[in-house]
Design a protein around this ligand. Structure first.
Ligand code: GLY
Length: 428
């Protein structure tokens, strides 16, 4: 089986790693890949946005299955392009990927199909945005309609912050066309949970629960990031809540997409706020979460090649997935300055020592290589992950291993999972 994984982050390193572990005979390629994915797959120097180049490579090399990591190629229609040529690929069509590529589309879809989410207003100008904020009260949440690499969400708590945020969208145009329309929503209080399912167009195979930590600073302070750490299970949802998430969010969404003529296959990720009135969808993504995937894939006891191929063929032929009991955790080691521009280029020490710790796996995200040495090239640099008998052990192992890794500009949250452990009883 020849498999192509598209992407170059920590999530794609985790996908390639799992394929190597579970399907060692697979001939594995990763485009464009990274020094991390290069440990388990052959790198192919084609950018994730070069859909025609990727299609030519897959056709020419006789690729049997393509797995897409990031959202950009999905939003550009890679699945449609591959399917036109009879190439097997696991992911949503361009039309279905609008659940992530347009926040306005996703909200209107949820409203139409009764998927629980908060009220919203779509604003293309300051006055509409101000009126919406006045109606919802502060704090309010402002979201760029289009893709913004996890940085398009701004929470404003005062009129001054609201005006500054509106400058970012409408004057500085930091998010370009993606920020020309802005969603305004009330701020929903509660604990965030990530719920991810694999979809074959009709059904949803739920993954274990997970939780990520989006703010840069301890105690959820500072700006939003792509995610600074994650663990599985989320530890804060009950079995009944999982059932409600499956019926009210996941299955209703897949049924709604099919009814609208845009059936959803691929990975459906619901970012949820757990409120006293039930789960509320904050956002949909159409790919595995990063860093949730790194934690989840460490626990997945399945052959991912079989699984993704069955999903691409439109029938998983089963209704559950096996996960390793216990827990897993993933810590993101970033360059100081992230989520702003951050690329110290410092050499990194201690990765191999960290990997010697029991239960620990280290994935490369924005790590590069210079003169044979691994360097801190991007914003989020490394993912230090661990499995454990329970959440407390998984987190302790990950923090123990992360302490071995050094570079001058290293930044890391020190409270991943702490609040969940402090609640006493760790749930699903
Ligand atoms: N960790 C959040 C995301 O992948 O969008």
């Amino acid at each position: 089986m020849r498999v192509l994984v598209i992407g170059n982050g920590g999530r794609e390193h985790a996908i390639c790693w799992l394929i190597r572990e579970r399907a060692p005979a697979a001939e594995l390629y990763c485009a464009p890949g990274s020094p991390g994915t290069g440990e388990c797959a052959e790198s192919v120097a084609i950018d994730v946005s070069d859909i025609e180049g990727l299609r030519r490579f897959a056709a020419g090399r006789g690729i049997d299955l393509t797995v897409v990591g990031p959202e950009l190629p999905l939003s550009l229609g890679i699945v449609d392009a591959f399917r036109e040529r009879g190439l097997r690929i696991f992911g949503p069509s361009r039309a279905a990927a609008r659940l992530e590529s347009s926040k306005v589309f996703a909200k209107e879809f949820m409203q139409r199909h009764g998927v629980p989410t908060s009220e919203f207003v779509v604003a293309g100008d300051r006055d509409t945005a101000r009126r919406a904020a006045a109606r919802f009260g502060l704090p309010a949440v402002l979201k760029a309609d289009g893709l913004a690499a996890g940085k398009g969400v701004l929470i404003v708590s005062s009129p001054e912050e609201l005006e500054a945020a509106l400058d970012i969208f409408f004057v500085d145009r930091r998010f370009g066309a993606a920020g020309a329309r802005v969603l305004i929503e009330p701020f929903v209080l509660g604990e965030e949970v990530s719920f991810i399912g694999l979809c074959d167009g009709r059904r949803v195979l739920p993954l274990a629960t997970s939780k990520d930590y989006k703010r840069i600073g301890d105690d959820d302070t500072g700006p939003n990031t792509g995610g600074m750490g994650a663990h599985s299970p989320a530890g804060i949802v009950t079995r009944e809540q999982v059932k409600a998430i499956m019926t009210d969010v996941m299955e209703r969404t897949v049924a709604g997409m099919a009814a609208d003529g845009t059936p959803f296959s691929g990975v459906l990720y619901a970012g949820l706020m757990m409120t006293p009135d039930g789960p509320r969808v904050l956002e949909f993504n159409v790919r595995l979460g990063d860093p949730e995937a790194q934690a989840l894939l460490l626990r997945l006891e399945e052959d991912p090649v079989d699984l993704f191929a069955a999903g691409a063929d439109g029938d998983f032929g089963r209704s559950t997935l096996a996960f390793r009991p216990g827990a897993s955790a993933c810590l993101v080691l970033a360059n100081r300055g992230y989520p702003g521009r951050a690329a110290s280029g410092d050499p990194i020490e201690g990765i191999e020592e960290a990997r010697e710790h029991e239960g620990v796996v280290v994935f490369h995200a924005g790590a590069g290589r210079r003169d044979g040495q691994v360097i801190a090239a991007g914003g989020r640099v490394l993912n230090v992950c661990a499995v454990g008998g329970d959440l407390s052990q998984a987190l302790a192992r990950a923090y123990g291993a992360a302490a071995r890794i050094h570079w001058p500009a290293r930044a890391m949250r020190s409270d991943i999972g702490r609040r969940v452990l402090e609640t006493g009883e760790v749930l699903l």
